[in-house]
Design a protein around this ligand. Structure first.
Ligand SMILES: Cc1ncc(COP(=O)(O)O)c(C=O)c1O
Length: 382
């Protein structure tokens, strides 16, 4: 089996992730931050260790400004639904995942003005168009860091600068870049960073988070949920301090234990080394695919402004047929269709059929990529 679906979720997970999760259940099964006994304290320590590793990875201002969530979708919803009110203006791009688009379209019905800046068919953002969209006062700019369809990266530092000049906050969706592209939220000027735990961070499903950078006052964001936090229990009102304001209910301790181990593994290998490895895979894959007659690559050919996610179509062949044959005849696992990003496919001109998406990850080898290219050659030939 060759797993090329790391843009959906990474596989396999490092053994340390499984061990950390089993260890949490066996030896630290208490409720973190609730009781004072040893199992609760140990669970709290594991959760805090994970916050520290994540703070390290993204250069967060303080581990306590990291809010654990179910996934990136949950983190994005906290900001979009908690910050934007009728009459507010929000600017985004035409390459966004439905994790951004669907909450925005729902908010639009309540009176939030949603402006979508169109991107080129390879996913590249025209900064001038973004600048023009930001001539009007705007509450928030939200963009993906890299498209989950073409792999094209957005120029985050430049967007942040334009957003701040317009008085807007900048929310970056790092679902496709966390753990595979070095991210310093301070130098990029990211105010709010949403991440998912189960892709490049090597953690289990059911993990993710939101980071509030320093100048962002938590008061401006209403929580999606309110409830017990194990803190300030004398009050019936939700606490305002972080992370408790946004972390009601028992956290996913076992998942967070696994996420912490995944992030420590990424830090140990080094994000720059992961990026270099994935760039080599990407270059080989793109060159190999482009040499096959009938294949159209949808996205950038160079590796500087992209991650390893690659989308392509084959002349006169259905993407579903290609995906099925790759799986059944060659054991190559990929994803075909619209990838929860219809706006991106409209931008690329591949709506509604979609594309075949290959997403190698940190554990994919160059030999596997060569095998995949041979498999595609055979599938395309007959
Ligand atoms: C760009 C992008 N944003 C958001 C998400 C949502 O991530 P999750 O499913 O972890 O909520 C994804 C998932 O594929 C994604 O690719």
């Amino acid at each position: 089996m060759i797993y090329l679906d790391n843009a959906a979720t990474s596989f396999p997970k490092p053994p340390a992730v499984m061990q950390a999760m089993a260890n949490f259940l066996e030896h630290a099964g208490g409720n973190p931050g609730r009781s004072g006994h040893r199992l609760s304290v140990e669970a709290g320590r594991i959760v805090y260790d994970a916050r520290e590793a994540i703070a390290d990875l993204f250069h967060a201002p303080d581990p306590l400004r990291i809010i654990f969530t179910l996934n990136a979708t949950h983190a994005l919803n906290i900001v979009l639904r908690g910050l934007l009110h009728p009459g507010d203006r929000v600017v985004t791009t035409s390459m966004e995942h439905n994790a951004v688009m669907r909450p925005l379209r729902a908010l639009e019905r309540t009176g939030v003005q949603v402006v979508v800046v169109p991107c080129a068919s390879d996913g590249a953002l025209n900064l001038e168009a973004m600048q023009t969209a930001l001539r009007t006062h705007t509450r928030l700019v939200v963009t993906t860091h890299a498209s989950n369809v073409t792999g094209t990266m957005m120029p985050a530092a430049e967007i942040s600068e334009i957003a701040h000049r317009a008085g807007a906050l900048f929310l970056l969706d790092t679902a496709q870049t966390a753990g595979v592209v070095p991210i310093d939220m301070q130098t990029l000027g990211v105010d709010l960073l949403a991440f998912t735990g189960h892709k490049g961070l090597q953690g289990p499903p059911g993990t993710g988070g939101l980071i509030l950078n320093d100048p962002v006052d938590a008061v401006i964001i209403e929580p999606l949920m309110r409830g017990g936090t194990g803190s300030a229990s004398e009050f019936e009102e939700q606490p305002e301090f972080l992370p408790d304001k946004f972390e009601s209910g028992t956290p996913n301790g076992v998942g967070i234990a696994g996420l912490g181990a995944g992030v420590r593994c990424v830090l140990e290998v080094g994000v720059a080394a992961i990026r270099a490895h994935e760039n080599e895979l990407t270059r080989t894959l793109i060159d190999g695919l482009l040499a096959i007659p009938g294949i159209t690559l949808h996205g950038l050919r160079g590796t500087c402004q992209r991650v390893s996610t690659i989308s392509f179509t084959v002349a006169n062949k259905r993407v579903s047929e290609i995906g099925m044959r790759l799986d059944e005849e060659f054991g190559v696992l990929c994803r075909v269709g619209l990838h929860c990003a219809p706006a991106a496919h409209r931008t690329m001109g591949t709506f509604p059929e979609g594309t075949i998406r290959f997403a190698p990850g940190m554990w994919t080898t160059l030999n596997e990529i060569r095998e995949v290219i041979r498999a595609v050659e055979q599938v395309v030939a007959k």
